[in-house]
Design a protein around this ligand. Structure first.
Ligand code: ZN
Length: 410
């Protein structure tokens, strides 16, 4: 599987996390089914957006934003893709690929740039379902043969601090060719699943496909475009997050489990609104699962079977994660401890099933509080309860056997 990754020029937005999360979940599920699954997720570190964001120092910004992306997606707790190729490390292959397109008549150089000849591909528009004669103009340049032609190589311009040698002069690759080449470098000329946001269908994926088909490569067999994240503009902005909808800020404000439950509750094909209301709902779900595992009567999981087939029935139907989430709640109602622990774990939510031990100093405060209560010194007991809460824990009295239990505050 090849899932298009971020263009690295700023901290990733919550919407950038959706294909990452989907790819990682799908990999985990397919591996569980026994498929030999490899996920490659590229880093676009050569792109106009980076040159525009940091004139003269794009390489520095791209390196910084790459580190941010790896840190922020790493903090989702889902592990990492098998390969994270960078455009800057793929230029040699890209130049070779463009050379083959020029040699076969599918591309032509013009004053230091190289363009793909859309006219050479009668099926162009196949992915985005546009008639080839009605495709909109891309990358205007009066020197192009046809307004629809798009750049494979761009000659170096003033203010662009990175450039590589090529048969057409110093310059750098266009965005679309980067992904054709990184995908084929990883998998060869054909692979199973190509993922990315719905906004990438045209022109990015249309052009990736055209480039690879032009060389007789089958390329991706299945396209998996996730719906976009909406609801983040203007007045609807989140109170909890201010104007900062970076994945970093959402993680820091709400925690990784809430982020994952937000994504889990929406079908990957569909757009989903993002905002406080959705986050509050996701948090309520996290609390419900955590409280279930913290409940007094912790179940005996020893004899329980894992209800894998029930989960397969919903995930095998177009990877329907909202139905999987509904099933997890049903398992909670049915007290299927072991299945629920396993199912949450598949989606990186196993932490909701972990009962954490309180640190020694919090346990000591709880002991003092118990003694104060036994001595009927309720004001001291209340003060100790406040101290425990300030430390991030909640003390719950337990009737049978008499005592208490410490629970991490949510
Ligand atoms: Zn891409």
């Amino acid at each position: 599987m090849y899932f298009c990754g971020p263009t690295v020029y700023q901290r990733a937005h919550i919407g950038n996390a959706r294909p990452f999360v989907l790819g990682m979940w799908l990999r985990a599920w397919l591996r569980g089914l026994g498929y030999d699954t490899t996920l490659v997720h590229n880093i676009t570190d050569i792109n106009d957006k980076i040159y525009d964001a940091a004139p003269g120092r794009s390489a520095e910004l791209a390196a910084q934003a790459t580190a941010w992306y790896l840190e922020d997606t790493g903090d989702l707790g889902l592990g990492m893709p098998d390969g994270l190729p960078k455009a800057t490390e793929s230029v040699e292959s890209i130049v070779r690929f463009i050379g083959q397109l020029v040699d076969s008549g599918h591309a032509y150089p013009v004053e230091g740039d190289v363009y793909f000849r859309v006219r050479s591909d009668p099926g162009y528009g196949r992915l985005s379902r546009q008639r080839p004669d009605q495709v909109e103009e891309q990358e205007p340049n009066a020197l192009k043969e046809d307004p629809r032609d798009f750049a494979l190589w761009k000659g170096n311009k003033p203010g662009e601090d990175t450039a590589w040698d090529s048969p057409w002069g110093r310059g750098r690759p266009g965005w679309h060719i980067e992904c054709s080449v990184m995908a084929e470098d990883a998998f060869g000329p054909v692979f199973e699943i190509h993922g990315g946001g719905l906004d990438l269908v045209f022109p990015h994926h249309e052009n990736e496909l055209a480039q690879s088909l032009a060389l007789g490569h089958e390329f991706a067999r299945i396209w998996m475009h996730n719906g976009m994240i909406g609801g983040m503009d203007g007045e609807k902005m989140s109170k909890s997050l201010g104007n900062d909808v970076s994945l970093r800020n959402v993680l820091d404000t709400w925690g990784r489990e809430v982020v994952l439950l937000f994504f889990l509750g929406a079908h990957w094909r569909k757009p989903v609104d993002f905002g406080d209301e959705m986050l509050v709902q996701a948090k309520a779900q996290a609390d419900a699962f955590r409280n279930f595992f913290l409940a007094e009567r912790l179940g005996d999981e020893a004899g329980e079977g894992i209800l894998e087939e029930e989960l397969a029935a919903v995930l095998d139907e177009d990877f329907n994660t909202p139905d999987a989430l509904a099933l997890f709640h049903a398992w909670r109602d049915r007290e299927e401890w072991a299945s629920l622990r396993w199912g949450l774990g598949l989606f990186g939510l196993g932490s909701l099933a972990e009962v954490e031990n309180a640190p020694a100093e919090v346990a000591a405060l709880a002991e003092q509080r118990l003694q104060a209560r036994d001595a009927r010194d309720f004001s001291a007991a209340d003060r100790l309860r406040d101290e425990i809460e300030a430390a991030g824990w909640e003390v719950r009295d337990v009737a049978e056997p008499p005592g208490y239990k410490l629970v991490r505050r949510l």
